[in-house]
Design a protein around this ligand. Structure first.
Ligand code: ADP
Length: 499
């Protein structure tokens, strides 16, 4: 019982998880608590901040209880969180003034259109690395200040605190003593100057968010505060904090420039570490802060997302009903020699990078009398790989970096057919790690570094172990033929919805 652990708190969009990591970087205990999704109107999404907190605390207590680990065996806590989700609370009462506005919520889309008309988008891109969109926290914070009765008055009195979910958890964990966030989370607010590494007065003015509500910004790997004694019976250092995708990049040991990870979930999130150099995208990818470790320089990443990836497989199951479970797609895809000329562009909600076409819609094309469900299942998996290929090309174009391998995680990364096809389409090895809990591992690694639990990034690199490497075997002409077919299919899907 003398061994020590790092406790990772992974506060996600649908559940709060707590994972204890041992010194070998192995998950020793996992607990998960789901919480409610609130949909007040079409397109609006909220969470109850108190439920976010209670589910997170209960998950942590359950992980301790079930593993028999004592709180004093926890060297440090690392936090990772759903990004951009916005909470404002009263510093005096500790009460949130409203539900959290979730990253998916579109309530400020019109306001973003107005800001765009006033020419703010190029300023936002240059200062924050982001595109002007309702996705990020800035306009959500403004909405709360403008729409919750009395909020502006309280803000003027200096009573209100704004935060992304990490800041809310730190506030609760410290019994209301610390109002803090980290560089990676700050970089998702649309209020933070990622070059200067500070809140941007011009953007604060344009979005009408007063400086008095903002948290202090700390390195992602740094002892930010200690937990209140009353929670676990002892004070535990909070030593790591990063947004979920950045934490996954760190958990994949992509700690040097040129390393990249892709997470295959509902959509895909691909991040490429560009080191201390900020890369500005020509292809509408996001530039974001990956992390800051102690007093070292900020590290940057470029980020591209695919909206529909595993969700296309869900649609085969729940919409088309041609499969019973996501796993079945692997055997189905292998049961045919090739896609039989069938391409599936899952543009259910338009297309992201590098096409950026919100009027594209899904299409299945190339059907013949010989096409069967196995071709459609195969086309759905292939589409995940083609879309990832499109984002990766945009990243290489932006950064001038030629990737040597892609590290993968997420639910659909379990699919060996998909991973092999991905390697073939990219022409580089695809590497799946033994520990696929990369998000929480990243939070634990950041915390463990600051707490001296692990000696340095090199030691962490050794904890990351490959489970399987998928080497590309496809010939160049074959790859070009397939990608060319995909591109032609994408053209047919574009500009479909009439404006
Ligand atoms: P999220 O965190 O976005 O909910 P997960 O990482 O849990 O996603 O992955 C779930 C997604 O992966 C679902 O969209 C599901 O359809 C897909 N998926 C799960 N297993 C497989 C599989 N074996 N093959 C293809 N897709 C899969």
């Amino acid at each position: 019982m003398s061994s020590e652990y790092i406790l990772a708190l992974d506060q996600g969009t649908t559940s709060s998880r707590a994972i204890l990591f041992d010194r070998g970087g192995r998950p020793a205990a996992v607990a998960q608590k789901e919480f409610g999704q609130i949909y007040p109107r079409p397109g609006w999404v909220e969470h109850d901040p108190e439920e976010i907190w209670s589910s997170q605390l209960n998950a942590a207590k359950q992980a301790l209880r079930e593993s028999g680990v004592e709180p004093r065996q926890i060297r440090a806590i690392g936090i990772t969180n759903q990004r951009e989700t916005t909470i404002i609370w009263d510093r005096v009462t500790g009460q949130p003034i409203h539900n959290a506005i979730v990253w998916q919520c579109r309530r400020t889309a019109e306001e973003c259109d107005k800001l765009r008309e006033s020419g703010l988008d190029s300023l936002i891109r240059s200062r924050t690395g982001l595109v002007l969109d309702a996705y990020f926290s800035g306009t959500k914070a403004r909405w709360l200040l403008d729409n919750v009765s009395g909020a502006r008055d309280l803000a003027r009195e200096g009573r209100l605190a704004f935060g992304t979910v990490d800041a809310w958890l730190i506030w609760k964990l410290t019994g209301g003593r610390t109002h803090a966030t980290d560089y990676s989370n700050a970089s998702r607010t649309m209020l933070f100057n990622i070059g200067a590494g500070e809140w941007d007065d011009e953007l604060l003015g344009a979005l009408d968010v007063p400086r008095s509500v903002l948290p202090g910004v700390f390195p992602s790997s740094h002892v930010i505060a200690e937990t209140d004694q009353s929670l676990f019976g002892c004070a535990i250092p909070i030593a790591g904090d990063a947004g979920d995708q950045q934490a996954a990049l760190f958990g994949q040991a992509c700690t040097a420039a040129g390393l990249s990870k892709n997470t295959y979930g509902t959509g895909c999130f691909m991040l490429l570490n560009t080191g201390p150099a900020r890369v500005n995208s020509r292809n509408n990818l996001l530039t974001t802060i990956a992390w800051k470790i102690g007093g070292e320089p900020v590290q940057y990443a470029i980020e591209g997302s695919v909206f529909i990836a595993g969700a296309a497989v869900q649609w085969l199951r729940d919409g088309l009903r041609i499969i019973g479970s996501a796993n079945e797609t692997e055997a189905l895809a292998r049961s045919v020699d090739d896609n039989g000329g069938v391409y599936f562009v899952p543009a259910f909600v338009g297309l992201g990078a590098p096409y950026w076409d919100q009027y594209a819609r899904g299409t299945i094309i190339g059907l013949t009398r010989g096409s069967g469900r196995e071709h459609i299942a195969r086309a759905a998996l292939e589409a995940i790989a083609y879309q990832t290929g499109d984002v990766l090309s945009a990243m290489s174009d932006d950064s001038g970096i030629r990737l040597s391998e892609l590290r993968v995680d997420g639910g659909a990364a379990k699919n060996d057919f998909l991973m092999q096809f991905q390697a073939d389409i990219l022409g580089i090895p695809v590497v799946r790690p033994a520990n696929t809990e990369t998000t929480s591992a990243g939070a634990a690694f950041l915390a463990g570094l600051a707490a001296g639990f692990w000696a340095g990034v090199d030691e962490l690199g050794a904890l990351w172990k490959r489970e399987k490497t998928f080497e590309p075997v496809m010939s160049q002409p074959e790859r070009e033929r397939l990608v060319n077919g995909w591109r032609r299919a994408v053209e047919r899907a574009r500009a479909w919805e009439i404006k």
